[in-house]
Write a protein that binds this ligand. Structure first.
Ligand code: ZN
Ligand code: ZN
Length: 632
């Protein structure tokens, strides 16, 4: 627990710093502390960057300093500095507030150079382009697309966005099944009431009989036992009145419950991942900023036993700090501990030897890396650089071509950062997203506790451990019970034409499933007065019109509801799910897992317009669809 709150304090401190940065006046203020980095001169560059806002041409000065910072980080072998990019994004936000759009664009371009995989840069840039000129729409779309691409490349963003999506999707499924169950209960209440009144023999008022199922379904929800209970209890009441198709959909809900232990375990991974020290350390090393806390963690031995990737991270840090012997030792240990990327360790070890000036040993390590993983583009590229330095140009060119064939884009990015510094001649294998995800998997100690806590939001009283037995029992017992009841009782149904509730006890069954009045009016046409017949036909027409109106109204208020009312349960639940997910995403995405650095969730008028427009269009589509189905 203390470790968890420690991380929270750490994060809160960083957020507070970011907020403060955003509100600090540009000139005359004390320069805020730079984010902690491996590189000592970056702090002074940061201070200069702050100073640049007093300069006569802040844009140009800022651009120069950002370039200097970028050069300095590349010399240390760091490709991306999201912490600095975040600070620049905050400065850009402030520039936007005072309508300095040009300056904001310059700052954001600088941020993009510092951290190409930091998503807020692209989103903010899209916003500034849009504010600048509405004709920039294409540029805006381009930046938004890049932002989404960056999200998939950035660990914390992909991590939290995926976690949020999993939670919202599970919640939306529960809510749509809950709403769907209530709509079905509305439809089946007259049938349940009829069956109950046949059973008690008319001694209890009709209204009280109709209220019985509703009280039993809604009471557990009101008492805080969760909406899953409501769905199960409603399904128990309705089961014998449902069509085969509807019973299948209810069965799907029970299967959905059955996979909850797995789904919530995954979700617990997302909740706990943010506080897992291994993940935090690995992500910091990947992003080139290592806090004192993380440095201490790297120095300890216990983390390595749980996750050998820590050794790979430690090697990277040692090399960035110039401790070459330490780096070699860590990479060797990583390979010996059975780390999942031995070729990466060999490649990075080659880079250490290259930095130390031992080209022959470097080349040997690259060759070993290629032998282990023939597709490792960095090793091909690095070996091409070394062989060229050894004046074996033909071989070097050959390897360079091979590297380009493996991944032309990666090789172009290596060429862009190329420079005289050893860290820019040969390229390290950084930690990958997969390395970080594995760190999450390793942190499984409190997963059960967290997944049970999450589960209690949906269903209290049945723990996740008992849930498989519970759902298995439902799947076997409910159809059996329904079958037994169906054989003993005459199950009430609605007349196909006028909607009147009947059962075989009160009327003679017809194979068209109509009430006797409708049967006389429409099929036999004997023993019925013309006047009565016309009245009945008008009544049937009116019933149909009312049904059509109710279907459309319900579809409008609750897209998918009309479909469920008409027996199109699967389509109805799907439509409900889409709408509920859309609304929940809008309302809750920031309140569960917040990406560090995503301080402001500005909901603009344009955002609301898009939200309502999408909702409205979907609503219209569903209402139209429901109407057409009803006309069939
Ligand atoms: Zn009828
Ligand atoms: Zn009856």
């Amino acid at each position: 627990m203390s470790r968890r709150s420690g991380t929270r304090i750490h994060r809160a401190a960083w957020l507070a710093a970011a907020v403060w940065l955003a509100f600090a006046p540009p000139a005359g203020a004390e320069a805020p502390a730079a984010p902690k980095t491996l590189s000592p001169e970056l702090s002074s560059l940061w201070a200069q960057h702050r100073e640049s806002f007093r300069a006569p041409n802040p844009s140009q000065t800022a651009a120069e300093i950002v370039r200097a910072m970028r050069e300095s980080q590349l010399d240390r072998g760091i490709q991306s500095l999201p912490a600095f990019a975040a600070a620049l994004v905050e400065e850009a936000r402030r520039a936007v507030r005072i309508h300095e759009y040009e300056l904001a664009v310059d700052l954001l371009r600088g941020a993009k150079d510092l951290a190409p995989d930091y998503p807020p840069v692209y989103f903010q840039l899209a916003r500034v382009y849009w504010l600048q000129n509405k004709l920039n729409a294409l540029k805006v779309l381009d930046e938004l697309a890049s932002g989404v691409g960056a999200m998939s490349q950035n660990f914390w963003w992909s991590f939290y966005k995926t976690g949020n999506f999993v939670l919202l999707a599970i919640t939306a499924l529960f809510v749509s099944f809950f709403l769907g169950a209530l709509i079905l209960l509305v439809r089946t209440t007259p049938l349940i009431r009829h069956a109950l009144s046949e059973a008690v023999g008319g001694r209890v008022p009709v209204l009280a009989l109709a209220a019985v199922p509703w009280v039993t379904v809604l009471l557990p929800v009101l008492l805080g036992f969760g909406i899953a209970w409501a769905v199960i209890l409603a399904a128990l009441w309705m089961w014998i009145f449902l069509s085969r198709k509807e019973q299948v959909v209810v069965g799907l809900f029970v299967l959905f419950l059955a996979v909850m232990p797995l789904a919530l375990d995954a979700l617990a991974g997302f909740v706990l991942g943010g506080s897992s020290p291994a993940v935090r350390v690995l992500s910091e090393v990947r992003d080139g900023t290592v806090s004192a806390e993380s440095a201490a963690y790297l120095a300890r031995a216990d983390g390595v036993r749980a996750n050998p990737t820590i050794l790979l991270a430690r090697g990277l840090v040692a090399k960035r700090e110039g401790r070459l012997a330490d780096a070699v030792r860590d990479y060797e240990a990583y390979a010996a501990a059975g780390g999942s990327r031995p070729a990466a360790a060999r490649n990075n070890m080659g880079n250490v030897y290259y930095t130390a000036g031992d080209l022959d040993r470097a080349a040997a390590e690259y060759r070993e890396a290629i032998r282990i993983d023939p597709k490792l583009v960095t090793a091909h590229y690095n070996l091409s650089q070394v062989t060229r330095e050894q004046f074996r140009f033909d071989e070097g060119d050959q390897l360079y071509i091979q590297a380009r064939e493996l991944d032309a884009e990666a090789v172009s990015s290596y060429r862009r950062i190329a420079g005289p510094h050893p860290n820019r001649v040969v390229v390290d294998e950084n930690l990958t997203l997969a390395d970080l995800w594995k760190g999450v998997e390793a942190s499984g100690a409190r997963r059960v506790e967290v997944s049970e806590a999450l589960w209690s939001r949906f269903m209290r009283g049945i723990s996740l451990q008992v849930l498989p037995i519970f759902t298995g029992g439902l799947i076997v017992l409910v159809p059996l019970l329904g079958y037994a009841l169906g054989r003993r009782l005459s199950i009430p149904y609605s007349c196909r034409k006028c909607g009147q509730v009947i059962c075989d006890e009160c009327q003679v069954a017809t194979k068209e499933r109509m009430c006797s009045a409708c049967h006389q009016t429409l099929i036999t046409m004997v023993g019925i007065d013309v006047k009565d017949r016309v009245r009945k036909i008008l009544e049937i027409q009116k019933h149909r019109e009312r049904e059509s109106f109710v279907t459309r109204l319900l579809s409008f208020l609750l897209p998918g509801g009309g479909h469920i009312l008409m027996g199109r349960t699967a389509v109805g639940i799907l439509a409900l799910f889409v709408v509920v997910l859309w609304v929940l995403t809008w309302l809750l995405s920031g309140s569960f897992l917040v990406v560090p650095g995503e301080v402001y969730r500005e909901t603009t008028a344009a955002g609301y317009t898009v939200f309502l427009l999408v909702l409205g269009l979907f609503d219209l589509f569903i209402v139209r669809h429901a109407y057409r189905i009803h006309q069939m």
